[in-house]
Structure formats: structure tokens, C-alpha cells
Write a protein that binds this ligand. Structure first.
Ligand code: ZN
Length: 196
């Protein structure tokens, strides 16, 4: 859990097997009593919870790392992105994409739910696109600026690489993160989905 973002290929955007396991465990404490009160047997509760967790992780892994221009998750690391990667061009996934774009434009203070935005409506944390979209306008300039700096930095790094590759890793990670965020905004301006 304490792994730094730089050591994580998906930079904390993926539902790895560990994260899926921890979340399933955490959910047992609320799910089991609730379903018990509704008269469900343990077996039937788990028969609802397990596929629910898998479907959630499948939607999340197909969408979220991809939104941030990070690689898809193979079976080895978590529920594979490939299961639902085909749905990225669907209207529903595009709607989820735009909703989550809002989450990042407003600094992560709203539109918390990537896969089930209805929850944001229920708890009053939904921010409509017309409220946050005007604030995203300036990010195209920042995307170009970050791209240029990234290009210059990569060339410099290639020149100095070999002798001091380790020292550059942390800086590289920070830049890759900045680039990924800027690229997310950029793809929204060009109307396309991020491709890794
Ligand atoms: Zn995100």
C-alpha cells in the first residue's frame, strides 16, 4: 500500500488485485449486515457482491488508467482492461469519461464516482459539465507547454542516460504524471479518447 506512485506503472489509477481484495474486504462490513436484514443468505449475498466487484473493476480498469494515458491492466495485475476496452467508444463510457474529466478540472472536489455517477447525485457531490467546463479552457495551453518541456527533458535525459539513470527516475515520474494529466485535458479538447 505504501508503494510510491513512481513505483506503480499505473500511478494509482488502476484496480489491481490487491486493491480489489482490500475493497471487497472493506465492503463486507456494510454489505453482509444490510443483505442479512433484507433476508439474504450469506451464499446469495456473496453471489451478488463478487460479480459486482468484478464488473466494477472491469469498468474502472478499462476506463480510468486509459483516461490518464496510462497502460491497460493485464490479468497478471488486476481485472483485465481488455474485457471492456471495446466499450470505450460507447456513449455510456464517453459520458463516464466526461464526468470524470470534471472531477479533475475541479481539483478532485466532486464527481467522485468514476463508474457509478448516480452516487454523486445521491450525496450531492455531482457538478454538471456546464459548471466546470469553462474552467478547463486554459488547459490546452498548459498541454502544449508541458509537451514542449517534456520533449526537451526527454532529449536531455537521453543524452545523460546510462551513467545516472536512477537519479532521473523520480524526476521522470513527476513529468510523466504532469504529462498524463495534461494529455487527458488535451484529448477532451480534440474530442477523442486517450489511447495508450
Ligand atoms: Zn482520474
Amino acid at each position: 500500500m505504501a508503494k510510491s506512485l513512481d513505483d506503480d506503472l499505473y500511478r494509482g489509477t488502476a484496480f489491481t488485485w490487491t486493491v480489489t481484495g482490500i475493497m471487497t474486504f472493506q465492503m463486507l462490513w456494510t454489505t453482509l449486515p444490510t443483505f442479512w436484514l433484507m433476508g439474504y443468505k450469506l451464499k446469495h449475498t456473496l453471489m451478488c457482491l463478487a460479480p459486482g466487484m468484478l464488473l466494477h473493476a472491469a469498468v474502472w480498469n478499462a476506463l480510468h488508467p486509459n483516461m490518464h494515458s496510462l497502460p491497460d491492466i493485464p490479468m497478471r495485475d488486476g481485472v483485465p482492461s481488455s474485457w471492456l476496452a471495446w466499450a470505450r467508444s460507447s456513449r455510456f463510457f464517453k459520458f463516464l469519461y466526461v464526468n470524470h474529466e470534471g472531477h479533475h478540472v475541479i481539483g478532485g472536489k466532486g464527481n467522485y464516482n468514476v463508474c457509478c455517477p448516480l452516487t454523486d447525485h445521491l450525496v450531492g457531490t455531482f457538478i454538471p459539465e456546464k459548471a466546470w467546463r469553462p474552467r478547463a479552457r486554459s488547459t490546452y495551453a498548459s498541454f502544449v507547454a508541458v509537451s514542449l518541456c517534456w520533449g526537451a527533458f526527454s532529449s536531455l535525459r537521453r543524452l545523460l542516460d546510462g551513467a545516472s539513470a536512477r537519479r532521473w527516475r523520480r524526476v521522470d515520474g513527476a513529468w510523466r504524471h504532469a504529462y498524463a494529466i495534461a494529455a487527458t485535458h488535451h484529448t477532451n479538447h480534440t474530442g477523442g479518447m486517450a489511447r495508450s
